[in-house]
Design a protein around this ligand. Structure first.
Ligand code: PA5
Length: 446
């Protein structure tokens, strides 16, 4: 078993050569230098690079707040959208019991709001919260994003009516900018405990700030191990100029070469449903960082073996514009073996006595070979096991590889100008003050 996250390009070798990957990876060391020197595009947003060290001093406070919320409530609603919730959810879903809500132990439930404006979703959540003893974490760097702001207004009102304004105030935590935005002013006016999202850390790179760490700590996950894992990955990537042993340089170089060979869609593939939200986080990280100026690889994801029975057909046989990044977990944390059955009525005795992980690994190997034969290059990323330490490695690995990859593509990986377009139209259509003229023009088009 390898000690750290590792990358294997063997199943991409029919499409790109290892020599060209090494050459581009070695050339890309300059992008690490640029990140370290803070001289590249988006250099106002490089705080995430040193978070594994910088966040240590805040861990006691984050853990104490988590303990406080766990002691006064048995459920926390995490309000946020995009980078303000996906990292926390990715880690919590990867490391928690798959059936958490059904556990009757000392477990603390986490639910999410503010990622949509669906009336039924929020109404159903309110129905659940009527009968629960809950807290709220409101997360928004700008403090003004519409989706979480609406959810927060509704849930704050619900909690205040349920337990009174003062008690509600002690169960609401705000995570936002140090000075700007409506959430900061509300925290100050109402005396909510609050955490700061550093100015130099963008939403999608913020999982190792209180944005991710507070919800993760509340769910009972060891945030120190998570940060330790990220720190190890910082050593292996940010501080490593040897391309052949730097997994982030290799990944960034390989995916750009595969793009140049005509494959413009990258599918993240996991063979455990626990990685579903890790892929959602990754899609936002790469989609928002690279998809601009008419450039970028479109990030998609599938859960295997589930999706072998839906999108598997397309991946095997559809348009040859895809490549896969497969995340392998070497050892599961638990054990289930397939029992022997006397009459073998379901004809499964040929795998009796085997662990499910052995069957799953063979499904993974079989899929890799089949997709490769079907013209799909595959980049394999392996972690020894899915725990807090290796999840920390995954996070830092994908963050720094994304920044390097963005620089290879010659885009600013830290801005997201395209996100504003829908907001302007929505505000105009809702007659937000200041948007009247734009609203008039849009309404003529509908
Ligand atoms: O990564 C990003 O910057 C975005 O996805 C933001 O996190 C998202 O738009 C939410 O913004 P805010 O935290 O300001 O509410």
């Amino acid at each position: 078993m390898k000690e750290n996250l590792s990358i294997n390009l063997k199943n991409a070798s029919g499409f790109i050569s290892y020599e060209e990957v090494i050459a581009l990876a070695q050339q890309s060391v300059r992008h690490i230098d640029t990140l370290n020197a803070g001289t590249g595009a988006g250099n106002d947003f490089l705080g995430w690079l040193s978070l594994p060290d910088d966040i240590i001093q805040q861990l006691d406070r984050i853990e104490n707040t988590a303990l406080h919320l766990r002691s006064v409530s048995d459920l926390t609603v995490v309000i946020g959208i995009g980078g303000s919730y996906l990292g926390a959810r990715a880690v919590i879903e990867a490391l928690s019991h798959s059936f958490s809500p059904l556990l009757k132990s000392t477990h603390h439930d986490i639910v999410y709001a503010g990622q949509n404006i669906c009336e039924d979703y929020l109404s159903e959540l309110l129905e659940i919260l009527d009968g629960r003893n809950y807290s709220i974490i409101a997360i928004s760097k700008s403090g003004t994003t519409t989706e979480p702001a609406i959810a927060f207004r509704i849930l704050k009102d619900h909690l205040e009516k349920k337990i009174g304004k003062e008690a509600a105030g002690s169960r609401i935590i705000a995570i936002t900018d140090s000075r700007k935005g409506a959430l900061r002013s509300m925290a100050e006016t109402n005396g909510y405990e609050s955490f700061v999202i550093p100015d130099n850390v963008g939403g999608r790179y913020s999982v190792l700030t209180p944005v991710g760490l507070l919800p993760i700590a509340i769910s009972g996950i060891d945030i120190r191990m998570l940060v330790n894992g990220a720190k190890k990955m910082e050593e292996l990537t940010r501080k490593n100029k040897n391309a052949s042993s730097n997994p982030a340089l290799l990944y960034a170089a390989a995916r750009n070469l595969i793009l140049q060979s005509g494959k413009s869609i990258e599918i993240m593939v996991g063979f455990t449903p626990k990685l579903h939200f890790m892929a959602e986080w990754w899609k936002q990280l790469y989609g928002e960082s690279e998809g601009k100026d008419g450039k970028g690889i479109f990030p998609a994801s599938v859960d295997m073996t589930t999706d072998l029975h839906s999108l598997g057909q397309y991946i095997q046989d559809g348009q040859r514009i895809l490549f896969e990044t497969m995340i392998s977990v070497e050892s599961p944390s638990r054990m289930v073996t397939i029992p022997e059955e006397k009459d073998d009525s379901d004809q499964l005795n040929y795998i009796a006595g085997k662990r499910l992980s052995e069957v799953n690994h063979n499904a993974e190997k079989g899929t890799t070979l089949a997709h490769n034969d079907g013209g799909v290059p595959i980049v394999s990323i392996t972690i020894p096991t899915l725990d807090a330490y290796y999840t920390g490695q995954i996070i830092y690995f994908f963050e720094i590889a994304c920044a390097i990859s963005g620089y290879i593509l010659d885009v600013n990986p830290f801005d997201q100008p395209g996100v504003e377009a829908y907001k302007t139209n929505m505000f105009a259509l809702l007659n937000k003050p200041g948007f009247e003229a734009a609203g008039k023009k849009l309404k003529e088009r509908i």
